[in-house]
Write a protein that binds this ligand. Sequence first.
Ligand code: NAD
Length: 476
Amino acid sequence: MDYRNFVGGQWLETTDSTPNVNPSDISDILGYAAKAGVDQLDQAIDAAHQAAPGWAASTPQQRFDVLDFVGTELLARKAELGRLLSREEGKTLPEGIGEVARAGQIFKFFAGEALRLAGDRLASVRPGIEVDVTRFPIGVVGLITPWNFPIAIPAWKIAPALCYGNAVILKPAELVPGCAHALIEILSRSGLPEGVVNLVMGRGSQIGPRLVESAKVKAISFTGSVPTGRGIAAACGQHLKKVQLEMGGKNPMVVLDDADLAIAVEASLNGAFFSTGQRCTASSRLVVTEGIHDRFVEALAERMQALKVGNALEDGVQMGPVVDERQLQQNLSYVDIAAKQGGKVQGGERLNRDTEGFYMAPALVSETDNAMRINTEEVFGPVASVIRVKDYEEALAVANDTEFGLSAGICTTSLKHASHFKANAEAGMVMVNLPTAGVDYHVPFGGTKGSSFGSREQGRYAAEFYTSVKTAYTLP
Ligand code: NAD
């Protein structure tokens, strides 16, 4: 399969491409993805620029029809596309199918939102004057996405962008062209005018800066790592461009003495290791009070070691491979660093399976302190560390002692501590007796501190980013 770039309503011929490799089986090449140079990107920017005014003038019904069409098809094809996702990215088949269904739900949600576009009419403080506050599209939006949610993240950027009347250029991560291509292929049949949606695959470092710097691109929504995000924010600042960044996490899961042990273990297992730990909301720091510490570590280690790691497409597999060799080496090196700094490591070794892939055993590193590198830097793999603390107050202080602030969890039966934690955890999302990962699609998603920048994604809050506000005064 050749994945080609989609620009101005046409699938472009390609001269340069990269193989799309299955991380569960590197002999399985899914296809070859076009690698755009700046010329194709420039074409996409021009196409979007030309198409933007037409789509900005589209009716709510037209927008609903497009978004609803895409949502319906994603939901109908979730098994097939979920398989593609798992084969390409390595999360298990149920996780892959679940992600495609999520993308479908997001399109359905924003289909509905297109019918609910509203403004405000206020009385003026001056007699006889009317004041209208309306939202209008911002124009061409550049969407830059990571590899770990290859269909849900493009969906949660494209759907609101279109809902609020913008034209888009999607620049997906190099490792996952198949899902981006499949999503854009559906959009290409959705009734959208040519040029409203464009797909430009290629190396981020080559074409990313031009997308960010083009005067015709009015806003950038980025999800990815902190260093890339910082560079994009700086360039957007230079060009006075609207920017939204969703970046890394070092999410704490606090477990208090009074927690239900089964709930705490389940939430931590899910939060730390599901999707191979490759979630920005993964529970990578388990902050545990001393009364429950040993029981918790023992029970979690037992459950972790029982996880079936293997080919993402195989029945019964609970944890798929790491996405690629580079990420696997990074994970192994963090486990090594943690051991050298005094952590007690269980698991964390490379594994062999029937097919050659990037398999590793999930790792639990106990006896760590919050200053160790394993607790200050994002690993982005199935690696969680345990930090022993005296009481709730110390747990909260440790949970907040990080440069990140995406998600934070607490397992407790104390209403007092749960309420205090919800109010005082320095994170954009707080979970009580639930994993730090796993969110709804109709409410805001995002963090504080070094994890996020700009307005929130998802739910009705997405309007803040994808629209601008106009205030009109009329003397009738
Ligand atoms: P990355 O920063 O390497 O790449 C993200 C995207 O940016 C890719 O499409 C890449 O091609 C592009 N890019 C690279 N250099 C660029 C440049 N100079 N200019 C413009 N674009 C450029 O991140 P990744 O490895 O794909 O994803 C993993 C990271 O994503 C982790 O840090 C994870 O925490 C984060 N993430 C965050 C969220 C969130 O919502 N907070 C969700 C998922 C993943």
